[in-house]
Write a protein that binds this ligand. Sequence first.
Ligand SMILES: *Cc1c(COP(=O)(O)O)cnc(C)c1O
Length: 237
Amino acid sequence: MEQDRSRELAERLAEVRDRIADACGHARRSVDEVALVAVTKTFPVEDLETLVTLGVTDIGENRDQEARAKHAASAHLQGVRWHFVGQLQTNKARSVAAYADVVHSVDRLSLIRALGRAATGAGRTVRCLLQVRFDPAPGPMGQRGGADPSELPELAAAVADEPALELGGVMGIPPLGADPRGFFERLRTVAVDLRRIHPEAHWISAGMSQDFDIAIEYGATHVRVGRRLLGERPTRR
Ligand SMILES: *Cc1c(COP(=O)(O)O)cnc(C)c1O
């Protein structure tokens, strides 16, 4: 059983890495420019450990409670970077800042202040990506993640002002049914604008299982892949 799962994960990982390499080839980019974040939400910590054994260094989770438990259960693993990719309530900032190395979903001042305080208190540095949305309407599942592009300068300055936070760049999720190319293109434009003021903020977190190869064409530096690596998730959300 366990060995079968390890073999399955190894095959899936090899396939994803191949696709990343192909997409980089098409885009004339080096594979070193694209990091794979394995989104392990809903899957057991054993899968996460297997992936790390296979060379995965970046783990993504989207719920605090689950992420926190998995982080504690895998404390013996060395060199894992933890990415919090989900919508984040301000009252969870303290918990998340205790284990997350990167938060991809930073989209408002109150959250930046809470994360800044929490990271300072924990004696840690947390890298923040500003999540952007281009559509003022709520997202496909009613969620409202993301800041309007016009808010980015203010949010970026607020992150830069927090000694325990680092401004990493931007993150985006194309709305369901939207043309991902148009979305990723706009995200890249916003990222270029941000870098004019904050040259260090060069990360673009974009692309999931169904569109990471397209995101790489448009400059993604971090792709967040779940199902293609781990299989279908039991439905939840
Ligand atoms: C679940 C999730 C992913 C991974 O999605 P897949 O379709 O499984 O690849 C990426 N980003 C965020 C924010 C997620 O919540």
